[in-house]
Design a protein around this ligand. Sequence first.
Ligand SMILES: C[S@@+](CC[C@H](N)C(=O)[O-])C[C@H]1O[C@@H](n2cnc3c(N)ncnc32)[C@H](O)[C@@H]1O
Length: 155
Amino acid sequence: MVKALPKDGHIYTIENNPQHSRIAKKNFSAFNLSDKITLIEGDALEKINELSAKAPFDMIFIDADKSSYPKYLDWAESYIKQDGLIVADNTLLFDTVFLESPPKEVSEKSWHAMREFNDRLSDEKKYFSILIPTDEGMTVALKLTQVKNQGQRNV
Ligand SMILES: C[S@@+](CC[C@H](N)C(=O)[O-])C[C@H]1O[C@@H](n2cnc3c(N)ncnc32)[C@H](O)[C@@H]1O
């Protein structure tokens, strides 16, 4: 991601596990990336509110607790640029998301959350999106520009 940044680009990332934070910070420093990446420590659902001041974002990557994906999407929809990308990992939910009911190996809450998440991103009026069938499932959704008063869109 850093390699794809423009010169003045910046990555903000949120991590609630102190051990993961420590390792990530160590790596950012070892690769001289500390001025390109800001790691915010704490729970993503709380900390995204602090990030709203930095909006709009070119890209928002969602890869945290699965049961909160619709809440992350509520926030991402408000703070992504028109024509920006919302990307999310694990959207096949370990090959269970397309089953008729939640299997016992995933939590019911996560299963319903991921179905809602995928359903919302498949809205062609709002997004041009694809769920790439990697092992885990990776959704890439381009937020479409709304053309006012015409109910049409430009990509
Ligand atoms: C799948 S890993 C992310 C891997 C990373 N995207 C990568 O490609 O290397 C998910 C991370 O999100 C963190 N996490 C899970 N739930 C979170 C939450 N509610 N708030 C902040 N971080 C969370 C976990 O501690 C874990 O480090």
